[in-house]
Ligand binder design. Sequence first.
Ligand SMILES: *Cc1c(COP(=O)(O)O)cnc(C)c1O
Length: 390
Amino acid sequence: MIYDEIEQQLAALDHQHLRRHRRVVDAPVGPHTAADGKALLSFCSNDYLGLAAHPAIVEALCAGARRWGAGSGASHLVGGHFRPHEELEEKLAEFVGLPRAITFSTGYMANLAVTPALVGRGDAVFADRLNHASLIDAALASRAEHKRYAHNDMAALEKLLAASDAKRKLILTDAVFSMDGDVALLPALFELAERYDAWLVIDDAHGFGVLGPQGRGSLAHFAIPASPRVVLMGTFGKAAGVAGAFVAGDTRVVEWLVNTARSYIFTTAAPPAVSCAVLQSLALIEQGDSLRAALQARIAQLRGGAAELCRQRGWQLAEQAVTTAIQPIVVGENKKVLDVSRALEAQGLWVPAIRPPTVPNGTARLRLSLSAAHREADVAVLLAALERLA
Ligand SMILES: *Cc1c(COP(=O)(O)O)cnc(C)c1O
């Protein structure tokens, strides 16, 4: 029977405490939300600057739809590339300090485009072990050799680069690692890319809008030069509070993506109104120093309050040289992290339990994500709830 195997595999997921369920959210994105009919204080959103329900962005989306309609009608190359798409590309290139940018409907699709466009058979991808799933899928789709180095281990990476006789080399990394919240060593990675004549492809999904002056992202934070070997990807669904993604880099890279990237060519362009909303969001990000300061204050409050509590329970609060909105607490076993997450929920808190295969076996964790929209009192409620779990 064709369903025998699926039923067994689903049962196995239950047995390992790995079965996933979706909650139905009944309120706009924000710290005070409701899911499945229950009010919850949320620490699970990537809306780091609190922009997802911002009235000016909502209005830009509505005004964009009134001006341009709801749909784009076609792919970018076949008549679906509207004025707002073009304006957004120009604004993005200037914002991140690279020559040209191209937008995609999602970050997943942007990542699927880049690596296969730059390398193929006979080439090699050098990837951090903790890279996002979309980067892993992109490396596999490229058919280049996929060499993975231990997380942030620059000596291991250099060994792999030195030993490689691949025709073209590409270093592939998250800028802010999505389940650990720590940052890649971008200056060292850039130096290795220069020394070994490699591409450096950076996924800044969690740094864009949050890090660097005016929220220009991780490249700006580390003052990485606008080298032709750097390709930057960023998303609009997280700090920017909307949806979609971009890739920025040398004009030749972008021209090559326009002409060859399958996840760009064979899909309907995102609605132009989405570009209108993202343009409004970029203006708020650029002027958003007070939002970034509020976010950093909440991060400091959480880390300060949770350090001792984690030590007592044998949980690990990740070290972060650059503090980010992602603050995981590694609990260990799948069942344990689920129990903790459920106990928090009983106190009205929504803190996701992240389990394998999203994170390595034995490192199941609470993934707390903070937002500029959290108040001091919200984080205090979370800390008190964690305290009470004892
Ligand atoms: C969220 C995320 C993506 C995917 O972006 P979407 O726009 O949500 O498809 C890619 N890379 C990383 C590191 C992410 O966290």
